[in-house]
Each structure stands twice: as C-alpha cells, then as structure tokens.
Design a protein around this ligand. Structure first.
Ligand code: SF4
Length: 689
C-alpha cells in the first residue's frame, strides 16, 4: 500500500530502439513502478523485463554523485572535487594538450543514450568550442554499417520502413536479428497477420529462429552469398519488378552479370543450405505481394557490414519492395536514441544528414549557425576505432568519453588498453560510478540519466518520442546538457553557440530550424504534439514513396557485393568460431541492468554455448568451467552450456559481462567503409579451466 504511486509520468523507455511508451509511477517524488502506456502506438501497453524495472535504476546504489579527480596521475585515487574545479581542470588540460599537439589531439566518444537535444548541443560544442572533428559515438559499434549501406544504395541514411510494415508484410525475412531477445516488444508484432511467413537467417537457433516458419542456419558470414543467391533465382525466374527498376534504380546490367556466378549449387556450398531450401526461399520472397527484410547486429557487426546492407537493399529494389506498405529494407537499431545521434550530431554526417563533402550543405549549416563556412569540417574526422588507434599512435592525446563503457564494449581489449595507457588525459562522463572504464579516467563527471532529463529520443522507425523527468539527479550529478553548457561557458563560446539557451527545449527549437527541409525534418511538430501522439515519425510512415532517392540523379543504385570469407578462420589450434550477442535481461555492459537486482538475479553471469557433439569430443560436461582463448587473450572460468542452439564448430557467448569479457578475445578488425567492428566471427579454442 505504501508503494502505490501518487503520480504517473509519461515517458519513453531508455534502453532499446523499439521506443516503448511507458508510465512511471512516483510516490512522494520517488519512483515506485513502471508500466506500459496502453495508448502508445509502438507497444500498446507492453514492456519487456528491462522496461518494467527501468525506474529502479534511478535510485540504484551505483550512481555517480560527484565529480572525481586523480590529482597525481593514474596510480593515485579518484578524489571528490567541486564542479568548478572539475570543469576548470578539464578545460585547462584539454586546452594545453590542444595547444601543444593541435586541435585534433582531442577525441570525443559519445553514445546513443543521450537526448537528441543533447546530441545537437554536444555537436556544436565539439565542433565550434573544442574545434576538433575527431568525434564519434558508440553507435559505430552498433549501426554504422546500416548508415553506410543506406548511403551506398539510396544516397542518404534513414530507415525506409516502419514497424507497421513488418506487421503487414506477407513475408518477413530477418537476417542476423534475434529480436526476441534484443527487441522483445517489436517481436510481438511478428506473425500477427494470418498467413504471414517468417524466415529467419541465423547461424544459431535463437529464440527468434524458434518462432520462424523457416530457419536458415547459414554458415557464419555466408549471408551475402545467400542474398546474392536469392537475387540470382529472382532474375532467373523473372521475379523482379522491371518497371520499378527501369524508373528508379541504376546498375541492373552489371548486377545481372555479377550474380550469374551465385548459382543455387554454388550458394548451397557456401551457406550450407540445400538447393531446395534456396529455391524455396527465393520463390516465397519473390512471389510475396509485400516482403520486409529486417536486420540487426548479425549483419552490421562485420568487416563487410556496409556492403551486406547494400546487398539487402538490392533485394528490396529488385522486387520493388520499398516505399510501399509491407515492403522495406529495415535496420532495427540498437540504442534508444541511436537515430537522434545519427541525425543531430556531426559524427557520420553534419546535422540534418548534411554531407561533410558538400559545399552547399556546409554553407547552409554555417548560415544557420551564423559561423564562417570554414569553421565546419570538409571531411569526417576519426571514427571511434580510428580515435582509439590514433591514441595508440600518439596523435590523439586527450579523450572525452560520454555515457559509454569501452573497457567492456570495445573489441580486442588489448588495443583499447594501449590507447588508454597512451592518452595523457581521459575524462569519463557517466551516470554510474564506478564503471570499468573509470579505472583509466583522470576525471569523472557525474551525469543525470533517463528519468532525470527532458527531451526526445528517435526510435528505429524514425518515431520522435517525448522523454520526461520524474526524478532529480542524485547528489551533484548534472544533466549532460547542463555539463555541455557549463563547458561552453568556460571555453568562452556559450553566447556564440548557445545564444540565450537555458534548457534542452532551446536546443530543440534550434534543431527544428536546422533540420527544416532536410530528410530528417523535425520542424513540423512540437514537443507537446510528439507527447500527445505517442511519437511522430519524421518523413511520415515510410520513405521513398515516390521512388525518388537522394542520390544526384534521384535513382537508387544496385551494388555488386562479393561474399568474402571472414578473416580469422578456425584452424588446428583455434578450432571454434566464436559468435557474441545479447540476452533479453541485460543491456550493453550492464552498467544499468547490473544495478537492477531482479535482472541481475535472473542472469548474473556469462556463459558459453557449445554443441553436444563438440562437448563430447572434448570430454566436457554441462556447467563445466571453461576458458575461451583466442590469439589475443583468454577469458577463464566461464560456465559451459551444452546445447543444440549452436552448430558444431561454433560457440556463442554474451558480451554483457565485465567479469567474463568476451571482448578480451574478439578481433580488432573493422569494416573499411562503416568502421564497425567484426564482433561476430573470431577463432578460439575451448579448454576446461
Ligand atoms: Fe524498453 Fe526495448 Fe524493452 Fe521496449 S523492448 S521496454 S524499448 S527495452
């Protein structure tokens, strides 16, 4: 009775990109309950275990509450300091490093967790205050390949479809997308339509694969061969939309020659699927009135991620499944506001999907910002992995890490450690303390989190949703927006870059003007309208309804995408292929969900999945403690789970756990186009610990 809420605040979940609407109940100002918003169009009142317990993170014991500084190098302890001292130290240390080594010696790594208004505010600060272009987000570890793939095929970022398309499609093809674990409420919308056919492509028998009408357990990284093989059959059998292609896409002749080699027999060898299965899948996809392709990290986490996305887009273009109900190539994003980061920041593009290389775009943005055009970069700065590598080389000397935990999430931990050891000054800004990354921090800035700030997130289907505060930050923690403004004040640029701003709403109003007329146009709706509607999709329900694409000639482009074997193939010494992923109970590196007793109790430890055939060969038994070793490092004392979920020769491990960090062993290889890491395939051996 004492816990019955006396107030309910409408907001949007701060975990994944599904973007569920929720109500948080407070009593005497303390959060006591969370429930799904029954009127919200995305989730209609449902929440997954993370959303249902999200209110508990606000008062978790491990919150960061005060600025902390190491006064005498990395071996000295972090000591509490005032905000004034913390920000003075930050600005003066970064200033002297930039004076000695150049502006670009500062690297900034942010996140997909901030409000869109905060991304916009931070982008201006980094570019016009610190004047470095070496700024990227952890979104590069997540969705960069989707961004690059969309740009390759269509000329711009922007997921073309909507969740409604997944629900209404005749055929849903999910590739490398275990949405039952990773986007659980979106998963509810699968197979709602009678007769809808679900095909899941995944090397593992994931929970999503178990729901499928057809599960295609392809060999690791053979998805491109599968996609090209489907295209081959579609062309052979006349299952393409020639009229759509004639009016809206280039490259068909080259593409026809290219996929000629991807015969069902050749693709069968590469993928491990039978010719009959390949013929059947292509026929089902090609005959569908509407066909939806969704993907997540199984596609993106690859050195061929961007080109795999382009190959997926090929299938949609060939069949005209784009811009119409039920037909879309659709990247299901990771974080709650990865989209806001892509649109309002200046990481993969200038704000408003403006191109670094376009003089017209730079001039337009400079005019809106009332700055000189040459204040804006003409090319993208270092992406996240390039910032890390530049730090190892000694080019980047100062790092500002915001709301992300690379010590657990970055691949090939050894490289990251070298980068952090080389950096002269590291600032970590986070809502939790301590995090593993703070072991390397010279300065810690305590930040407010979801539930303590007001603004917007944009979900996977471009739906802009309102985020509201129901609590105040603990101790001296401050909203990221307030931290950025205070830093701008110290840099002497506040009035110039944030004229008259006092709140995130001022950033919103300017972002509306900056995005007006762009593809990601936020100018047509207010915060209140967004809240009342349960979110509004920029660009409408789906993009490219008119078949006109934002390439110079208005036409999309088919790409010839060869299937290249992944780099670290298993051999006699490292004879398993390790795949990594997530589980429904946890989020990223558990800085949040590890604080929620319920979720921690449900899944407290990492595990490794191995097929029974391999376990028998190695004389291993269920729940043995095993060590996973790659050419880079070992992870000892992991629980073994023997299961047919993984195929022989493959093993799987979740990446959430600092205590059993799969990224000690993963490969530090990156997509040359998107710079996204290849988390999914590396060679390991397994031994009893
Ligand atoms: Fe939150 Fe995603 Fe779960 Fe919805 S599905 S409640 S957005 S974590």
């Amino acid at each position: 009775e004492s816990r019955v809420a006396d107030k309910w605040t409408k907001t949007t979940c701060g975990y994944c990109s599904v973007g569920c609407g929720m109500l948080v109940g407070t009593k005497d100002g303390k959060p006591v309950a969370a429930r799904g918003n029954p009127d919200h169009p995305v989730n209609l009142g449902k929440l997954c275990p993370k959303g249902l317990s999200e209110h508990l993170i606000v008062e978790a014991p491990g919150r960061a509450k005060q600025p902390m500084l190491r006064r005498n190098g990395r071996t000295s302890p972090l000591e509490p300091v005032s905000w004034d001292e913390a920000l003075d130290v930050m600005v003066s240390r970064i200033g002297s490093i930039q004076q000695e080594h150049g502006r670009e010696s500062l690297g900034v790594i942010s996140t997909g967790q901030l409000l869109t208004e905060e991304f916009y505010t931070l982008g201006k600060l980094v570019q016009l205050g610190f004047r470095t272009s070496n700024y990227d987000g952890n979104t590069t570890l997540c969705m960069a390949s989707a961004v690059s793939g969309y740009k390759l095929s269509f000329g711009s970022d922007g997921p073309p479809g909507a969740y409604a398309d997944m629900e209404s499609a005749d055929v849903v093809l999910l590739i490398g997308a275990n949405i039952a674990d990773n986007h659980p409420i979106l998963c509810n919308r699968l197979r709602k339509r009678p007769g809808q056919l679900l095909i899941v492509v995944d090397p593992r028998v994931t929970k999503t694969a178990m729901m499928a009408d057809m599960h295609l357990p392809v060999k690791p990284r053979s998805d491109i061969a599968l996609i090209n093989g489907i295209a081959h059959i579609l062309l052979r059998d006349g299952l393409i939309d020639r009229s759509y292609l004639a009016h809206h896409a280039d490259g068909l002749d080259d593409f026809i020659s290219f996929v000629a080699d991807y015969t069902p027999e050749a693709v069968s060898k590469t993928t491990g699927l039978s010719v009959a299965v390949l013929e059947s899948v292509a026929s089902l996809y090609g005959h569908a009135k509407s066909a939806f392709i969704g993907w997540t990290m199984g596609v993106n986490h690859s050195t061929q991620g961007a080109m795999t996305v382009a190959a997926i887009n090929n299938l949609s273009l060939l069949t005209g499944n784009i811009g119409r109900p039920g037909g879309a190539p659709f990247s299901i994003t990771g974080q709650c506001n990865a989209m806001g980061s892509r649109e309002a920041s200046f990481t993969s593009s200038l704000p408003g999907y403006r191109k670094f290389e376009s003089e017209e775009d730079r001039n337009q943005l400079a005019a809106l910002w009332n700055v000189a055009p040459n204040d804006l970069p003409t090319r993208r700065g270092f992406a996240y992995p390039d910032i890390v590598e530049a730090s190892v080389r000694g080019e980047v000397k100062a790092l500002w890490i915001i709301a992300t935990n690379p010590v657990v999430s970055f691949p090939n931990h050894n490289l990251l450690k070298q980068a952090f050891d080389s950096a002269e000054f590291i600032v970590v800004q986070d809502g939790f303390y301590p995090t593993p990354t703070m072991e390397y921090a010279d300065l810690v800035l305590p930040a407010a989190i979801w539930g303590e700030k007001e603004g917007t997130y944009t979900n996977s289907e471009r739906r802009v949703s309102k985020v509201n505060a129901f609590a105040v930050p603990p101790g001296e923690a401050r909203a990221d927006f307030d931290i950025f403004v205070a830093i701008a004040e110290r840099l002497g640029v506040r009035d110039r870059i944030y004229p008259g701003w006092t709140s995130t709403h001022d950033a919103w109003l300017e972002w509306q003007r900056v995005s007006a007329g762009r593809m990601c146009d936020y100018s047509g709706f207010t915060w209140q309208q967004v809240e009342d509607a349960g979110g509004i999709q920029w660009g409408g329900e789906r993009l490219y309804r008119d078949g006109i694409f934002p390439r110079a000639n208005g036409r999309a482009l088919l790409h010839c995408v060869p299937c290249i074997p992944f780099a670290e193939q298993p051999d006699a010494e490292f004879n398993f292929i390790l795949n990594t992923g997530r589980t429904v109970e946890h989020w990223h590196t558990r800085t949040k969900t590890g604080q929620v007793k319920l979720l921690d109790a449900m899944v407290p430890n990492a595990w490794l999945e191995m097929n029974p055939i391999d376990a028998e060969r190695l004389s291993l038994r269920q729940h043995d403690r095993i060590t996973v070793t790659s050419r880079r490092a070992s992870v000892p004392d992991v629980e073994l789970r023997i299961t047919g979920i993984v195929a022989p020769g493959q093993v799987f491990m979740p990446f959430h756990f600092a205590e059993h960090n799969s990224n000690l062993v993963t490969l530090g290889d990156f997509d040359p186009i998107s710079r996204e890491p290849n988390y999914k395939q590396c060679a390991v051996r397994i031994e009893r610990t």
